[in-house]
Design a binder for this molecule. Structure first.
Ligand code: SME
Length: 157
């Protein structure tokens, strides 16, 4: 059994340093990408408070296909430029959406979702997918969350 660390979200800088270290530890001895993404989705889902979905969409044949995640079942395929995930993937830029209902083309997978962050994943300057996290609260993700999660996304294998 792998035990999840108790991370204290009240100090966000420390929280994201610790989350990054835990993520590194989880993937260190494993080269299988899907296995690592699965464990990282679980780590993020169980560490971040006030979220209802955390996981990956992976680029396959020019579109995003749902990968390992935690949360309710999600839509399977998203075209580049479509929804929050497809837009972040197309623009190669993190998207923080404070109110998903205000985002044109937002794809609702879980009706409880109110805000969302999507971080493109690049390997050797090539898009391989996105990390997507949904929250049941509006404006759940601030700039510290963005920077912290981008740093976590950088270590993904
Ligand atoms: N809301 C996303 C779709 C994926 S789910 O949130 C898991 C989007 O608009 O791209």
């Amino acid at each position: 059994m792998i035990s999840l660390p108790e991370l204290d979200y009240s100090d966000k800088d420390r929280f994201y340093d610790d989350l990054r270290l835990s993520a590194k530890g989880l993937v260190l001895d494993e080269s299988d990408r899907i296995a690592n993404f699965a464990n990282l989705a679980a780590l993020i889902y169980h560490s971040l408070p006030d979220i209802n979905w955390a996981g990956f969409y992976l680029l396959k044949n020019g579109e995003l296909v749902v990968g390992p995640f935690q949360g309710k079942p999600a839509c399977v395929r998203i075209r580049l430029g479509e929804g929050v995930c497809g837009t972040a993937a197309k623009d190669l830029k993190t998207l923080v959406v404070d109110d998903v209902e205000e985002f044109p083309g937002h794809i609702a997978c879980d009706a409880a979702s109110r805000s969302e962050i999507v971080i493109p994943l690049l390997r050797d300057q090539q898009l391989i997918g996105v990390l997507d996290i949904d929250a049941p609260l509006p404006a759940r993700f601030d700039d510290q969350d963005r920077k912290g999660l981008e740093a976590v996304a950088e270590i993904l294998p």
